[in-house]
Design a protein around this ligand. Structure first.
Ligand code: SF4
Ligand code: SF4
Length: 348
């Protein structure tokens, strides 16, 4: 597989990385098998996080014996130095390794969190000490928030940035990537398939592979998923005119009313699972009808109908979505669909 240089880490990594969130849904055996399949296909960049329950441990088992050939990136969401110390020790143990290649501060989405990282003797100081001790080789940061990501890059304290990037959420192309290049910060694209909301892997990856210094890390649950993406990478001549037009059409259609399922809008005053409501169309595609209209989505819709209109979620959404309006629309859409479904069922 082709390689790319990951900013000033100087690391040469495969053109495609592995995102370690979905292997939490696998059995341990399946998870280990899927990571091994990725390694066999030539993937050398593996991303995980302290917060992804079983992910680190499963990856540790899968890369055992091949550690030196793999770049392992993990993350800590710690807000205090003490917690960061505990997280790093746990990550090293679970990953069965002496060092983390890229240690990232996870989900830094507000100024306060970034300040806590940067303050003297704070979290960054801890990571730098760990680097001097050989436990960490490079320090990175992840964010969903453009202003914070820009600030972080400008400090020149982080060697990589991870940010959402796909053809719908494409602000990174013009607003962040040029700055990352200027500071020689490695760019890692999270949510290349928009957290599962875009199901056309061909378009999603052809779009991202146009950026030779961007490393996409799709979350992978099954071997077939990574096999499909590797095939796109290795056989595709690039985007055709028709595909570019399709990307533009889809982007226009989805616009800025696209929920990224990041859940930064939580906690909701009325306990509404906002992202479930917002992305119910994707569940409609995957679930049997009976379940869709009676189970989790139906409960989420019932909760959404009780929105207290407090607006707190909208202040927290990094994408500035008009959540209340979108919830109303989703509830209306669901009710209409359910009526159709019940009518169909009654006529059977
Ligand atoms: S506006 Fe509605 S959805 Fe948003 S936090 Fe308040 S109750 Fe929850
Ligand atoms: S509404 Fe906004 S904050 Fe909430 S999950 Fe969607 S994109 Fe994230």
């Amino acid at each position: 597989m082709d390689e790319m240089r990951l900013g000033r880490t100087g690391l040469m990594v495969s053109r495609l990385g592995f995102g370690g969130i979905p292997i939490q849904r696998d059995t341990e055996e399946e998870a280990i098998a899927v990571v091994k399949r990725c390694l066999d296909l030539g993937i050398t960049y593996i991303d995980t996080a302290n917060g992804y329950t079983t992910s680190e441990e499963r990856i540790g088992k899968a890369v055992s014996g091949r550690r030196s050939k793999v770049v392992i990136a993990t993350k800590t969401g710690a807000r205090t130095r003490e917690d960061a110390e505990k997280h790093l020790a746990l990550s090293l143990k679970r990953l069965q390794t002496e060092y983390i290649d890229i240690y990232q501060f996870h989900g830094v989405n507000n100024a306060k969190h970034l300040e806590a990282i940067l303050e003297p003797n704070g979290l960054l100081a801890f990571a730098e000490e760990a680097k001097n001790a050989g436990k960490v080789r490079h320090i990175g940061i992840t964010s969903h928030q453009m202003d914070i990501a820009k600030k972080a890059i400008a400090t020149d304290k982080f060697e990589t940035i991870m940010f959402p990037f796909n053809f719908v959420t494409d602000e990174a192309a013009t607003e962040l990537l040029p700055l990352a290049r200027q500071h020689d910060v490695g760019f890692i694209a999270m949510k290349p398939l928009a957290g599962g909301m875009l199901d056309n892997a061909n378009l999603c990856f052809k779009y991202l592979f146009q950026f030779p210094d961007v490393l996409p890390i799709p979350g992978i649950e099954k071997p077939q998923e990574i096999e499909e993406i590797v095939e796109i990478l290795e056989t595709s001549p690039g985007m055709t005119e028709a595909e570019s037009a399709e990307v533009a059409r889809m982007k226009q259609e989805l616009g800025h009313r696209f929920c990224h399922r990041c859940d930064y809008c939580q906690p909701c005053t009325m306990n509404i699972p906002i992202s479930t409501v917002m992305t119910s169309a994707s569940f409609a595609k995957r679930m049997p009808e009976e379940r869709f209209f009676t189970d989790m989505v139906a409960r989420a819709m019932a909760a959404a109908a009780n929105c207290a209109d407090c607006g707190e979620c909208e202040q927290r959404c990094p994408y500035h979505l008009p959540i209340r309006q979108m919830l109303d629309e989703q509830v209306e859409w669901f009710d209409a669909k359910r009526k159709e479904y019940l009518a169909k069922k009654g006529s059977l």
